[in-house]
Design a binder for this molecule. Structure first.
Ligand SMILES: NC(=O)c1ccc[n+]([C@@H]2O[C@H](COP(=O)([O-])OP(=O)(O)OC[C@H]3O[C@@H](n4cnc5c(N)ncnc54)[C@H](O)[C@@H]3O)[C@@H](O)[C@H]2O)c1
Length: 294
């Protein structure tokens, strides 16, 4: 079996953002190995032998519009991976980087995505519980322009207060809402997101610092470890633990997969869900397993 053929990237045009570092850099390395023509975009310099790289601030509509003109007419797979951590005062910036620019790029590039092509995002376990803001997220998603969206954000300070979480929840809502909408399903364009758990990347220091109320690196590291690792005596993932599966999701291997939010967290969010369900039903695991066995 020819593995490159199985993935289906050989000679195909792939656009990927955030490739200067972390998960997206790992993904880009694999895409190159699999023979894709990679067009990579980042605010920082990309030091990989891609077909073409672009340096742009994707929080800015003008910069996105400029790059879009330079991207190929036909795109087989699009990966939107750029992201930042949240610091107070950056609520709107986080919405623009971590969600709105990704929605905007998707919609601006949609007519260039080939039939049966794929769009894959990097969301986060941080978006867990996205169902609770779904109606609001859909309201935002349905606004027709960047300018109207910015106005909506201004009018909803309470939602963007939990900046990182809300942006990722919007991304997950977007995948869920759009996967079978006409513009995607008529041309069988697949749309999915991976939801990584704690991963050591270029963002780790910012995540640690921003999690501590005092901006203390050590304290933040401990807090993150308590939330994401302690309960399973776990360890942080490496960038490739996310980047490689994402490449699989966007490939022909997953040709029947769309609308999925794929948690890559060793099962952590499943245990959160299990806990919530058990609390709701107020039944113990033993009672539930007894019921299942009868
Ligand atoms: N690291 C984690 O623990 C973790 C967990 C869950 C989700 N994520 C998400 O994974 C994605 C990838 O991040 P990472 O962890 O690999 O971090 P990273 O910092 O290594 O990579 C993010 C990339 O995005 C680029 N970027 C940031 N702002 C940009 C902008 N305005 N315009 C263009 N490029 C910009 C950065 O320069 C960087 O190269 C992000 O969306 C992040 O939210 C990370």
């Amino acid at each position: 079996m020819d593995l490159k053929k199985l993935f289906g990237y050989e000679g195909k045009n792939v656009v990927i953002t955030g490739s200067a570092s972390g998960m997206s850099k790992s993904a880009t390395e694999l895409l190159l190995e699999l023979g894709a023509n990679v067009y990579a975009i980042d605010i920082n310099k990309i030091d990989l032998p891609v077909t073409k790289s672009f340096q742009a601030d994707l929080s800015k509509k003008e910069e996105i519009d400029k790059i879009i003109k330079e991207l190929p007419d036909k795109i087989d797979a699009l990966f939107l991976c750029h992201g930042i951590a949240f610091f107070p005062g950056k609520e709107l910036l986080v919405q623009k980087v971590n969600f709105y620019s990704q929605k905007y790029m998707t919609e601006q590039l949609l007519n260039r995505i080939s039939d049966k092509g794929s769009i894959t995002y990097i969301s986060s376990v941080g978006g867990f519980g996205w169902e609770q803001v779904y109606n609001k997220a859909v309201e935002l998603i349905n606004l027709p322009s960047w300018e109207e969206a910015m106005k909506w954000y201004e009018e909803h300070p309470e939602l963007i207060q939990s900046a990182y979480v809300f942006a990722k929840q919007c991304l997950e809502s977007y995948v869920t809402y759009k996967c079978m909408s006409k513009e995607f399903i008529d041309r069988k364009i697949r749309i999915n997101a991976i939801n990584p758990g704690d991963t050591t990347t270029g963002l780790t220091e910012d995540f640690n610092r921003s999690t501590s109320p005092n901006g203390d690196l050590k304290e933040g590291e401990e807090m993150i470890s308590n939330i994401f690792l302690k309960s399973w005596n776990g360890y942080a993932a490496e960038a490739k633990d996310m980047g490689y599966p994402m490449v699989v999701v966007g490939s022909d291997i997953c040709s029947y997969m769309s609308g999925q939010l794929i948690y890559i967290d060793y099962g952590l969010t499943s245990t959160w869900k299990s806990g919530a369900l058990l609390a709701q039903s107020s039944k113990t695991i033993e009672e539930l397993s007894e019921e299942a066995n009868n």
